[in-house]
Design a binder for this molecule. Structure first.
Ligand code: HEM
Ligand code: NAG
Ligand code: NAG
Ligand code: NAG
Ligand code: NAG
Ligand code: NAG
Ligand code: NAG
Length: 322
């Protein structure tokens, strides 16, 4: 009986270390206030900058889709690797690093050396979605931080708004994500902004014609031409990805795709394949279906290529390996 009790005790206490798996109770005893601290960090950052939740959600995606969720996107350049912050999809675009650093500093006071930067970014994305009115999804914890970054894979694995839907789908499926994940996760574009250069080819002389992209609503094309005049100086102007409810996490993004009002060519392309179009139409009609599927897909995204157990490390500072 005693031995059995001791065995059960050891099993429960050391299970995450033995099996090296993600666990819903991972920080319950070592950092009980973790969620509160992250939520407060996101809440304060949002009070100062209503766009920051969108930026953090995107940062988590860029972390996970390139080499797995291991915090590589947070690392600055070092003598042994180039920073993913300089990769084309991130340079002058990825933001939110200071928010992660601030939350990490607060966590180092509450529970020193305990919570990985990768788990912080994963939770930051969840809290950002939730505080914007989106779904709350339960996350298992215990991701460890990687020891390196790779600018090459950041350039090749993060989808581009200029590539075909077929290409984008394969960038998801090679990571174990499926067609439904592509569509539901694209719904993240219900919040945040895009720079004009990411969709400008749709506005002027589309594919050598004299007109804009025919898959772009004509009155929206006209207003985007005003926001993004046909000169290089407008390249970095910002346009909301969902101009109807820019800071609210809802299903309006999908309603807009149905009426040809997607901003990025890669967004609108979801309507040009009947497999994805039927899901877009479903999400445009049923907000709760979108919320449920988005949460489920985020959980899948947050487990792509994770490092657990004794591998990797818990960084002391998120921008540099220990
Ligand atoms: C499906 C392929 C995707 C493509 C081609 C794509 C492309 C882009 C582009 C070009 C921007 C604008 C960046 C800029 O102008 O600086 C953007 C913004 C954004 N993306 Fe995506 N994205 C994709 C999927 C995702 C996914 C899966 C998520 C999250 C789950 C996501 C979240 C966001 C968010 C929230 C923003 C706004 C960021 C901000 O305002 O700072 N995207 N995306
Ligand atoms: C958690 O936060 C509460 C206040 O919100 C504090 O009283 C408590 O000491 C904290 N617990 C730990 C373990 O840091
Ligand atoms: C507030 O947001 C702006 C814009 O993102 C940022 O530059 C600034 O550092 C933020 N200030 C604080 C106190 O977080
Ligand atoms: C980055 O990843 C690519 C493709 O997997 C690989 O060939 C390259 O050696 C890696 N670079 C570094 C610095 O790890
Ligand atoms: C397309 O849908 C959006 C969101 O529902 C709406 O604001 C916009 O007016 C619609 N555009 C057209 C041309 O119907
Ligand atoms: C989708 O389109 C393909 C080719 O355009 C067609 O063969 C197929 O029957 C369509 N499927 C559905 C469900 O409409
Ligand atoms: C649309 O949603 C319903 C449930 O509301 C589901 O049964 C159906 O398979 C969905 N269709 C697609 C194409 O996802």
């Amino acid at each position: 009986m005693q031995y059995y009790t001791i065995f059960v005790f050891c099993f429960l206490v050391f299970q995450p270390f033995v099996y090296g798996q993600l666990d819903y109770k991972f920080y319950d005893s070592t950092c009980p206030n973790l969620t509160k601290i992250v939520r407060f960090g996101i809440w304060s950052a949002m009070a100062n900058d209503t766009r920051i939740g969108a930026s953090l959600l995107r940062l988590h995606f860029h972390d996970c889709i390139s080499n797995g969720c291991e915090g590589s996107v947070l690392l600055d350049e070092s003598s042994s690797f180039r920073s993913e912050k300089d990769a084309f999809p991130n340079r002058n675009s990825a933001r939110g690093f200071e928010v992660i650093d601030t939350i990490k500093a607060n966590l180092e006071k509450a529970c020193p050396g305990t919570v990985s930067c990768t788990d912080i970014l994963t939770l930051a994305a969840r809290e950002s979605v939730f505080l914007a009115g989106g779904p709350y999804y339960a996350l298992a914890m215990g991701r460890r931080d990687g020891l390196t970054a790779n600018i090459t894979t950041a350039n090749t694995d993060i989808p581009s708004p200029f590539e075909s839907l077929e290409n984008i789908i394969s960038k998801f499926t090679t990571k174990g994500l499926d067609l439904k994940d592509v569509v539901s996760l694209s719904g993240a574009h219900t919040i945040g902004f895009a720079q004009c250069f990411t969709f400008k080819p749709r506005l002027f002389n589309f594919n050598g014609s004299a007109a804009p992209d025919p898959q772009l609503d004509t009155s929206l094309a006209a207003s985007l031409q005003t926001a993004c005049p046909n000169q290089d100086s407008s390249d970095t102007n910002l346009v909301p990805l969902d101009s109807v409810t820019t800071t609210k996490f809802d299903n309006i993004y999908f309603k807009r795709l149905v009426n040809n009002s997607g901003i990025l060519g890669s967004d609108q392309a979801l309507m040009s394949d009947n497999r994805t179009a039927s899901m877009v139409i479903n999400y445009s009609k049923f907000p709760y279906l979108f919320a449920k599927d988005f949460g489920a897909s985020m959980i899948k995204l947050s487990t792509v290529g994770v490092i657990t157990g004794q591998n990797g490390q818990v960084r002391n500072k998120c921008n540099v390996v220990n």
